[in-house]
Design a protein around this ligand. Structure first.
Ligand SMILES: Cc1ncc(COP(=O)(O)O)c(C=O)c1O
Length: 431
């Protein structure tokens, strides 16, 4: 195809997307795409900038979930966009067999290890591949280094969320029927333990335990913030019993909680053996994730042990290098630290006038708003919030998550807070 023809065709494709009416887009989604997500609104999102989304009908909505924390930098960050344009113009390969050396992956590896303080990075596509790879690495360590003869066991926490592959799907709470029903049997070697309970975790450890896998704050579980010292305590247990600690910071990473990673609130003694990353590592431009560990562990994975066609491919690496540079240059950690307590204070004021707010939880710019059970549930409230211009997402039916783009200004955050104040004000009304 020559260049002029390609340009014409590309314009046609863009026009087709731009001209697809709201109803038509919804009809095509319903007809051709698996129905594993319910839609919160019927007006397609056609543009996004910073914390704002724009719908086909021209409405402007505040993205109060930052695409599940994949858009901590906001949507369409200019540095990532510009890097991506130059990358494409440079004729660099977008994808390469990983057996071929790639300068962009070299830069990505250097950047991500420098920022996190680990020796090595294993790249992957999106979040769930992190815990998957971490579990493989922990099992290999258990077999080859710890000397476990039977089934190496991974301990995980109740109410956790690590993604949707078969291995971690079994970790949903059993009452999460839509998520677990009909998908068994489950891979062996996993045990559920109470979250934020060091005594329960210690009691669960056996000579065959390979690793403890937890989120430092449970996001999907309802923004459950453990007691201070929990992560240090887990690491102490790990040292005492020769067990690895895997922290899944796919959601809490990249400044969300007011540190670059949530474990950093508890300092070096809480540093995990394996760190899972994802979401905002790409600034929301591509599915990128992976795990970090020191050489003594990561070097257990030699050629042939693990891999992925697209994990760490040049285009993903270029995007990630730009996003990580933007996270530093935007001083995202300082922004979350500075705005977080202010937002929490505003939420407390809103809660005073809203009998529907049962409890507020959070850290940095990660908030859970738990509703009382005597009115419309979280989904119904989220629908009302959309009408008021704010996207929030319910979890566990009664909890609304508010994880705004960290770059949102105070004025923009105030827009979101006022929408919440309006929708949640007054006495409960029947659903
Ligand atoms: C803590 C945690 N781990 C893993 C995942 C899975 O990430 P992905 O949906 O990109 O596979 C998520 C997604 O929300 C998450 O919150």
């Amino acid at each position: 195809m020559d260049h002029a023809a390609a340009r014409r065709e590309a314009r046609n494709l863009l026009q087709a997307a731009n001209q697809l009416g709201g109803d038509d887009a919804i009809a095509l989604l319903n007809q051709h795409v698996a129905r594993n997500y319910g839609l919160l609104l019927q007006d397609p999102i056609v543009a996004a900038q910073g914390p704002w989304l724009q719908t086909r009908s021209g409405r402007r909505l505040f993205d109060g979930v930052a695409a599940y924390s994949a858009a901590n930098l906001g949507h369409g960050h200019v540095l990532v966009k510009e890097t991506l344009k130059l990358f494409l113009d440079s004729n660099a390969p977008t994808v390469l067999g990983r057996f071929l050396p790639d300068p962009w992956l070299a830069l990505f590896g250097r950047k991500v290890t420098q920022m996190t303080g680990f020796d090595r990075f294993l790249p992957a596509n999106g979040g769930v591949e992190g815990p998957e790879a971490a579990i493989k690495l922990a099992r290999r360590w258990a077999h080859k280094v710890k000397g476990v003869r039977g089934t190496p066991e991974i301990l995980y926490a109740d109410h956790c969320f690590h993604g949707r592959t078969l291995t971690v799907t079994q970790m949903f709470d059993p009452d999460e029927k839509a998520a677990v029903e009909g998908f068994g049997p489950w891979p062996a070697g996993f045990r559920r333990v109470a979250y934020d309970d060091l005594a329960a975790m210690e009691a669960a450890i056996t000579p065959d335990t390979a690793a403890i896998l937890v989120e430092p704050i449970q996001g999907e579980g309802g923004v459950n913030v453990p007691k201070p010292g929990y992560l240090r305590g887990l690491k102490e247990l790990g040292r005492k019993h020769n067990v690895l600690v895997i922290l899944d910071e796919v959601q809490t990473g990249w400044a969300r909680t007011g540190e670059l990673f949530c474990w950093m609130h508890e300092g070096e003694p809480a540093r995990p053996d394996i760190l899972c990353i994802g979401k905002s590592v790409s600034g929301g431009f591509a599915p990128v994730g992976g795990i970090l560990a020191d050489a003594r562990l990561m070097d257990l994975l030699g050629p042939g042990s693990h891999g992925s066609t697209f994990g760490g491919c040049p285009i993903s690496s270029a995007i990630a290098v730009a996003a990580l540079t933007a996270i530093e240059q935007e001083k995202l950690v300082d922004q979350a630290r500075e705005k977080g307590p202010w937002v929490m204070e505003r939420l407390r004021q809103i809660a005073k006038d809203s009998p529907r707010i049962h409890q507020l939880r959070g850290k940095g710019l990660m908030f859970g708003i738990e509703l009382t059970r005597d009115g419309p549930d979280g989904h119904a409230v989220a629908e009302k919030l959309v009408e008021a211009g704010l996207i929030l997402k319910d979890t566990h039916r009664w909890i609304l998550r508010f994880t705004p783009p960290i770059v949102a200004s105070r004025e923009e955050l105030e827009f979101a807070l006022e929408a919440m104040a309006r929708v949640l004000a007054g006495a409960p009304t029947a659903s």
